[in-house]
Each structure stands twice: as structure tokens, then as C-alpha cells.
Design a protein around this ligand. Structure first.
Ligand code: ZN
Ligand code: ZN
Ligand code: ZN
Ligand code: ZN
Length: 307
């Protein structure tokens, strides 16, 4: 039994994914930072992270930044509220019962901190009060984009040039230069919606990239085809562009005009919002000509920039 308090029952069984050495190292760093920074904490604002105070706010268990409520054990070891639940109320550093002690001092220190955005490495140079940093990061224009490829659970993230290279190399997506296009979609067995799945083509114009999606899905009980454009960039830039899509045959024509959506919006969200050209299957087969056994659609499109 530890002197002066109850030790945790699960001491022997309990293992964290990181070793005690890691915790010990982090803790000693943290301790030295406390001493170093104690002279700088007096000011009302503007404590920059460069003095290492913000490392104190890094949870020693999961290493993510801590937000209130920040917890501590009776010996002063801090940890975040998620980890407090995970460790079953047992301090991972000294093994004492954590109880329910908030570390108000650290929460106050955090309030006075100004910290850089976590996407500083990709070009965001703004500095934020600690508690609004997280909110900013969720909308930071420098945060990486997800791979725009639909239909695969692709985990790749990155900036636009990285994703363009990734689409080309790893998904073998067709790349086209120019702002007008004439695209043919052929499918031999159009009666199986699953079989038609999705297709992606990338267009390069105005120095930017656009993803043209074409896919079959079930809209309510009706099988439909849908084509729409997404912009490889943020929404505020996407709004500067327009696009049109046309499909038809035998003197009939469907025309869609829209604004490309940012790839920040998931493929699914745009599709389910029906923000694109939707072609009922019977009409698609009519446009395909022939014996209606094969899907042969020609979609003409144009992208232009609003002044
Ligand atoms: Zn944690
Ligand atoms: Zn402890
Ligand atoms: Zn940012
Ligand atoms: Zn991908």
C-alpha cells in the first residue's frame, strides 16, 4: 500500500499502451518546464508556446492537448478527461486513486496561452487563444483534404498537389486538361445498380482541378444515374466556378447547371443532396439508343469562372 493513500487494485494487471519510461520522460520534461516558465505566467495574455508551457497541456498518456476538465491525482500528475476514464481512475504515473480533482491552475494557464494552429506545417501562421484553437482547426483552410475518390475507403489525406498525384498513381484516375469535355459512359449490364458503381475523372483548368463523378445508385425505389462536379479546394473558391452538364439523344436533352462543391463535402453528402445531374434509368437507356441492354451515355460538360 502506498504511504498516505489508497493504491489502485489493478496495479499489477494494469498496462497502458505506452511504457512507464515514456511517462517518466514526459513528466520530467514537464517538471522542468514548470520551473522555466513560472516567471512568464504573470502576464495577462500572450504566453507563447515557444517557452514550452503548452507541453504541460499535453496529456502524458495520450499526448493530445488537454481541455477542461483537466484532472490530476493527489500527487499532482495531470491527465485528460478521456484518459481518466480509460485508466479506471488509477493514476498511470504513481498508481494512486485519481479521485475527482480538477487542475484549475492548469486550466487557467491554458486560458492565457496563445498557440499556433496545428496546421502550421502546411502554411497556417495564425496564433490563437488556447481554447479557440480547436474550433479554428476544424475550419482551417490549411487542414489536409481527404482523398476525393468515392467507393473506396481510402484513408489518404493531404494537400491538393499530393492528392492529385495520389489519384493519378494509386487510383489510376483519368486526367484531362481543358474546361470543356465530352465524356462517354458505357456499361454492359446497366440493370445491376451495384455493378455500375461510380467513376471519377479529373479535369485540369484555370490552374485548378475538378472531380467529375458519375455513378449509379438507388434514389428511393428508382434506379438513377448521377453526374456532378467537385472542386479540389475550399468552398469559398469553389463558389467562383460554374459548370454545366448535358446528356441527351433523339432531340431530347437534360441540362444541369450548378456550382461545384468543395471536396471538403463528402462525395456521399453531395450525392444524397442530389446536387447534380440526375438521369432516371429508363431515360438513360433511351438516351443510350439501341436495344436498351447497354448503357451508352455521352455527357458533355463545361466549367467556367465567374468574374
Ligand atoms: Zn489523454
Ligand atoms: Zn499520480
Ligand atoms: Zn490554421
Ligand atoms: Zn485515395
Amino acid at each position: 500500500m502506498a504511504p498516505g493513500g489508497s493504491a489502485c487494485k489493478e496495479v499489477l494487471e494494469f498496462r497502458l499502451p505506452i511504457s512507464d519510461d515514456d511517462i517518466a520522460t514526459k513528466k520530467s520534461e514537464a517538471t522542468s518546464i514548470t520551473t522555466k516558465s513560472s516567471t512568464g505566467v504573470g502576464g495577462k495574455h500572450g504566453i507563447y508556446s515557444s517557452n514550452g508551457v503548452h507541453e504541460l497541456l499535453e496529456c502524458p498518456v495520450c499526448t493530445s492537448m488537454m481541455y477542461p476538465p483537466i484532472h490530476q491525482c493527489p500527487n499532482g500528475h495531470t491527465l485528460c478527461s478521456n484518459c481518466k476514464i480509460r485508466v479506471h481512475n488509477c493514476c498511470p504515473t504513481c498508481r494512486r486513486d485519481l479521485g475527482n480533482i480538477r487542475c484549475l491552475a492548469l486550466e487557467k494557464v491554458a486560458e492565457s496561452l496563445e498557440v499556433p494552429c496545428r496546421y502550421q506545417y502546411s502554411g497556417c501562421h495564425d496564433i490563437f487563444p488556447y481554447y479557440s484553437k480547436f474550433k479554428h482547426e476544424q475550419n482551417c483552410r490549411f487542414r489536409p483534404y481527404s482523398c476525393p475518390c468515392a467507393g473506396s475507403e481510402c484513408p489518404v489525406m493531404g494537400d491538393i498537389p499530393t492528392l492529385v498525384a495520389h489519384l493519378k498513381d494509386d487510383h489510376e484516375v483519368d486526367m484531362h486538361d481543358g474546361s470543356t469535355f465530352n465524356h462517354r459512359y458505357v456499361k454492359s449490364n446497366p440493370h445491376e445498380v451495384e455493378n455500375a458503381t461510380w467513376m471519377l475523372t479529373v479535369f485540369n483548368c484555370f490552374g485548378r482541378q475538378f472531380c467529375l463523378h458519375f455513378e449509379a445508385f438507388q434514389l428511393g425505389i428508382a434506379p438513377v444515374y448521377m453526374a456532378f462536379l467537385r472542386f479540389m479546394g475550399d468552398e469559398n473558391e469553389a463558389k467562383k466556378f460554374n459548370y454545366s452538364l448535358e446528356v441527351g439523344a433523339n432531340g431530347r436533352k437534360l441540362i444541369w447547371q450548378g456550382i461545384p462543391r468543395s471536396i471538403r463535402h463528402s462525395h456521399r453528402k453531395v450525392r444524397d443532396g442530389q446536387d447534380g445531374l440526375i438521369i432516371q434509368r429508363s431515360l438513360a437507356l433511351y438516351f443510350s439508343g439501341g436495344d436498351r441492354q447497354e448503357l451508352k451515355l455521352r455527357i458533355a460538360g463545361r466549367i467556367w469562372k465567374e468574374d
